[in-house]
Write a protein that binds this ligand. Structure first.
Ligand code: NAI
Ligand code: MG
Length: 340
């Protein structure tokens, strides 16, 4: 049986609660793991003067995959501080951000939603080229789109579509940004020739936002530029139960890092009530990436069982603690895989 080395980075705030919860569930799969615990984030910066210490980088490179909690960032600029997660995405070449969103057995939630947003993670408007003119009265941000990165993310998205329902929506605003999104569309269109089995459509980003709210079940895989993906994946999380349930993966050439979409939630940190499901589903996504489909599926089914049995943290209207939810999901995972 394979043995996996997993780097665990709890980070700050509720990262310290949801990552131990996800670890419990991983252990319930009966697979063999070597966990390497590594530090990063705001507290690490305050203690050691660096957000991502050298040994953390070594750990993520040694690991088969990394499970990351969340980090806090100050809202004013602090000299020497940089965001640990943004740094790791860049350092590890994590070019694809995947955010699945599915219907869950919760009161009032629409059924039949099962989509995957594939977000380009390295360029677009978040490339970070900004400057000011006229004594700061005018600010300009550049939106960088390259054929190389667009082709790479397109191929990644088509491969995902092939493994799913074979439908891909290409999200853009080429009607206004005709050069940059024009290039994106052209690059994706080129890759589409290699995937005649996948039914491809183009959707303008604003229309896509509305369709995500009104007809979310009409999507399978969606591929888009960085900022569109950032915003629309919050919409897809919003229609499927919110931040407490939203997992993500960052996949690249030098590794893969999985993390809940939410942040460090300082308003509830330390209270034992954070919803661990986003982190647990991120761990399932990680297992799927490692080729452990059966264990990944078992965890997801166990999550759905907990939700339909009303084992809910306060963000979903219940009163269960982080640990109680993790325990229930672990128990069900164990009995689905029934190795004991
Ligand atoms: P947030 O995601 O931490 O929290 C937003 C709201 O959702 C809060 O009311 C929080 O209590 C709630 N929430 C989030 N996750 C939850 C969970 N698992 N269970 C129950 N409730 C949950 O976003 P916010 O407040 O904008 O940022 C807080 C800090 O997190 C900031 O320092 C920010 O920079 C950082 N952040 C880090 C991210 C990362 O590490 N990838 C992503 C987003 C924010
Ligand atoms: Mg975001």
């Amino acid at each position: 049986m394979s043995r996996y080395t997993i780097a665990l980075i709890e980070g700050d705030g509720i990262g310290r609660e949801v990552i131990p919860a996800a670890r419990t569930v991983l252990q319930a799969t009966g697979l063999s793991f070597d966990f390497i615990e590594a530090e990063a984030g705001w507290e690490t910066f305050n203690e050691r003067g660096v957000s991502v210490p050298e040994e953390t980088l070594k750990a993520v490179y040694r690991a088969d995959a990394t499970l990351f909690g969340a980090v806090s960032s100050p809202s004013e600029k602090v000299p020497g501080y940089y965001s640990a997660i943004r740094y790791l995405r860049q350092e590890m070449g994590l070019f694809a951000n995947i955010r699945p969103a599915k219907s869950r057995p919760l009161a009032g939630m629409a059924t039949g939603i099962d989509m995957l947003i594939v977000r380009e993670n390295t360029e677009g408007l978040y490339y970070g080229v900004e400057r000011t003119y006229a004594n700061g009265e005018v600010a300009v941000a550049e939106r960088v789109v390259t054929r190389g990165a667009s082709t790479r993310i397109a191929r990644f998205a088509f491969e995902k579509a092939l493994q799913r329902r074979k439908r891909l929506a290409v999200v853009h605003k080429a009607n206004v940004l005709s050069l940059s999104d024009g290039l994106f569309l052209q690059a994706v269109g080129g890759v589409a020739q290699e995937y005649p089995q996948v039914e491809t459509e183009t959707v303008i980003v604003d229309a896509c936002a509305m369709r995500l709210v009104r007809h979310p079940a009409s999507f399978d895989v969606l591929v888009m530029e960085n900022m569109f993906g950032d915003i629309l994946s919050d919409v897809s999380a919003g229609v499927t139960g919110g931040l407490g349930l939203a997992p993500s993966g960052n996949i690249g050439t030098k590794g893969a890092l999985f993390e809940p979409v939410h942040g460090s939630a300082p308003d509830i940190a330390g209270m034992g009530v954070a919803n661990p499901i986003a982190a647990i589903l991120s761990a399932a996504l990680m297992l799927d990436h490692l080729g452990e489909r059966q264990a990944a599926k078992a965890i997801e089914n166990a999550v759905n069982t907990a939700l339909s049995n009303g084992i809910l943290t306060p963000d979903l209207g219940g009163s269960a603690s982080t640990e109680e939810v993790a325990e229930k999901i672990s128990e069900t995972t164990r009995s689905i895989l029934s190795y004991d």
